[in-house]
Design a protein around this ligand. Structure first.
Ligand SMILES: *Cc1c(COP(=O)(O)O)cnc(C)c1O
Length: 371
């Protein structure tokens, strides 16, 4: 028992073995070139990442959080503006809104998928929303067509948080394709991860993309010419080189995640205690999330970890109940679907190098624990 290796949420060692010397060669190439900031390696990655999502422009930035912050700024969102988002995501989705001095407005999730619910969102649009910021939670696209229509009806912008959704589609639409901008993260645990921090913004409109290029580079239009205020937030050439090695494998890696998700779906089909969230077709399954009864969730989670199955809770506390959100006008009971999901959710290991036998062991162990 003690000799059985743990089933982890991520297997960077297996990924490195699969990629062979390509990563080292890509890094060595950048080191030899001496072009570390901006330059051709970054530009080539930006072109390929945009093309893969059927979007015209990509601007590499320093993190997914910066992609959200600068994406909002590039769309003209600023202090005092109201931005609609979900209470159930990584905190940065809403934190970015507050960070630029705008006001986060939260609408509850669809309990079946965990995604921001367009109907609940529509109910708060009348309050003067400048931008809608849906999150493509767990790798599945929010209903971008519905949010595009909602935004257009009131002249609001649409910024997609696609940090968990590289390569995802929904009814033929790619992540980033319908938004005015879409923020991606290349944090190491994401479906496409770099060796540290990185992010990108996809943008269809050329002048908004140009604005974002200035914002990430001190607001400069030419060397030592600063047209506006900006920051230093550029995706490093070393990271772009690493991402360029991985990008050609992303479609197959996402497909493998789909295969594991289907295997889990089949394993839990007969269970009343383990209820997978309904996943939207075209999902890239960044996470595989199930609900278990709230009263048992923490014990089941502990039991899994003790059995060597590294399950995780994404996320144990909804955004509006974080201390940092205390002034936003919400409290316990404000967003009951998000609060219920936070009590019940459990995410099972899913990554491209997880073998079927290990996925089966995860499912059996979980079913054994819920009785
Ligand atoms: C990871 C993540 C972010 C933040 O990305 P970083 O690169 O870590 O800054 C934002 N939103 C969501 C939904 C994420 O999962």
């Amino acid at each position: 028992m003690g000799a059985t290796p743990a089933i982890t949420a991520l297997d960077l060692e297996a990924e490195r073995a699969f990629l062979g010397p390509a990563l080292d060669e890509a890094v060595a190439g950048v080191l030899a070139s001496g072009r570390f900031v901006l330059g051709p390696v970054l530009e080539a990655f930006e072109r390929d990442f945009a093309a893969m999502h059927h979007v015209a422009h990509c601007v590499g930035v320093a993190s997914g959080t910066d992609a959200l912050i600068l994406g909002l700024r590039a769309l003209g969102v600023g202090p005092g503006d109201r931005v609609l988002t979900t209470p159930f995501s990584f905190f940065a989705s809403a934190g970015a809104i507050a960070w630029i001095g705008a006001t986060p407005v939260l609408a509850d999730i669809d309990p079946e998928t965990g995604l921001l619910d367009p109907e609940r969102a529509a109910a708060v649009m009348g309050s003067g929303i400048a931008c809608i910021l849906p999150v493509h939670l767990y790798g599945q696209l929010a209903d971008v067509r519905a949010f595009r229509a909602l935004a257009d009806a009131s002249g609001a912008k649409l910024l997609e948080d696609a940090a968990q959704a590289h390569g995802a589609t929904r009814a033929g639409v790619h992540a980033g394709e319908l938004g005015d901008a879409a923020a991606f993260s290349f944090y190491p645990t994401k479906n496409l991860g770099c060796a540290g921090e990185g992010g990108a913004v996809l943008i269809q409109d050329a002048s908004i993309a140009e604005g974002l290029r200035r914002l990430r580079d001190h607001g400069s239009t030419a060397k030592y010419e600063h047209a506006e205020l900006g920051v230093n937030s550029r995706l490093h050439a070393l990271q772009a080189a690493i991402l360029a090695v991985k990008l050609p494998h992303l479609a197959a890696w996402n497909e493998r995640r789909r295969g594991i998700a289907a295997r889990y779906d089949a394993a839990f089909a007969g269970s009343a205690a383990v209820r997978p969230l309904r996943s939207v077709p075209g999902s890239v399954h960044h996470q595989y999330a199930v609900r278990v009864p709230a009263a048992d969730r923490d014990a089941v989670h502990e039991g899994l970890v003790e059995a060597g199955v590294h399950a995780a809770v994404h996320y144990p506390r909804p955004i509006h109940l974080q201390a940092a959100a205390a002034g936003w006008g919400y409290g316990p009971g404000s967003l009951p679907e998000a609060e219920a999901l936070a009590r019940e959710v459990l995410c099972l290991p899913i990554h491209p190098f997880l073998v079927d036998a290990d996925a089966d062991r995860v499912a059996e162990t979980l079913l054994g624990l819920v009785g």
